[in-house]
Design a protein around this ligand. Structure first.
Ligand code: ATP
Length: 220
């Protein structure tokens, strides 16, 4: 079985996340994608909605796809959540599965600052997707990947290519070119702060939840 795991703050979840997960599921033939909202991410601070709210919004969004699930593995405990701990638990829970962490190039480039990064890289496989703000070419600076800069630039130029690479330690990394949706949670929070519309950037149910709970309604 192939499992996708999509971690994030989901502050709030949006169509960029959902579309990336769906592309990865279909193209890498993942049986399901588990969304893992983080409780208190060690590297993010500031305008973070309550974990209960972020969890509920993510649950509402994934409900609309039969292949998507949500896990409270990182938010059932109040202490800081580390991806490496999540990877260990998932390995134990699914001993026979191939587990792929799905993440953007931006997040992959931050791994050296995460807790026990070398251990994480040896524990699970990765699906890395492009972001408008950080293209695949940035991966030449990653200490965990040795890929040809020309091939990375090729991926950045196209929209449908995939490249298989091997990580330091032997695990797989699939670099997946997908049509990029230039949506971020930061931009959505900024729009709300300015009193502007966030329609068509995220599921309607999530939008209604944000409005009725008055989330993110302050000036940025
Ligand atoms: P913020 O703007 O608050 O930093 P974000 O929109 O980048 O948030 P996160 O919850 O931090 O969202 O991201 C979780 C994962 O989703 C990361 O791996 C990130 O690279 C990826 N991601 C976020 N937005 C997109 C998008 N538009 N397309 C593809 N992947 C995305």
């Amino acid at each position: 079985m192939r499992l996708g795991v999509f971690g994030g703050t989901f502050n709030p979840i949006h169509y960029g996340h959902l579309r990336a997960a769906e592309e990865a599921r279909e193209r890498i033939a993942l049986e399901k994608v588990i969304f893992v909202p983080s409780a208190s991410p060690p590297l993010k601070s500031g305008d973070l909605a309550d974990v209960e709210h972020r969890f509920l919004m993510t649950a509402m969004a994934v409900q609309q796809n039969e292949y998507f699930e949500i896990s409270d593995i990182e938010c059932r405990k109040p202490e800081k959540s580390y991806t490496v701990t999540t990877a260990r638990v998932l390995r134990q829970e699914h001993p026979d599965a191939e587990i792929f962490f799905i993440l953007g190039v931006d997040a992959f480039m931050e791994i050296p600052q995460w807790h026990e990064p070398d251990e994480l890289i040896r524990l699970i496989d990765f699906i890395i997707i492009g972001r408008p703000t950080m293209r695949f070419a940035s991966l030449v600076r990653s200490p965990y990947l040795d890929v040809n800069p020309g091939e990375l630039e090729g991926l950045d130029r196209g929209t449908g290519e995939a490249l298989a690479a091997t990580l330091e330690g032997g695990r797989k990394a699939v670099l997946l070119g997908i049509p990029l949706l230039d949506i971020s949670s930061t931009a959505i929070r900024a729009l709300i702060g300015e009193g502007r519309s966030i329609k068509y950037l995220l599921p309607e149910k999530v939008e209604s939840f944000i409005m009725s709970n008055r989330l993110y309604m302050y000036k940025q």
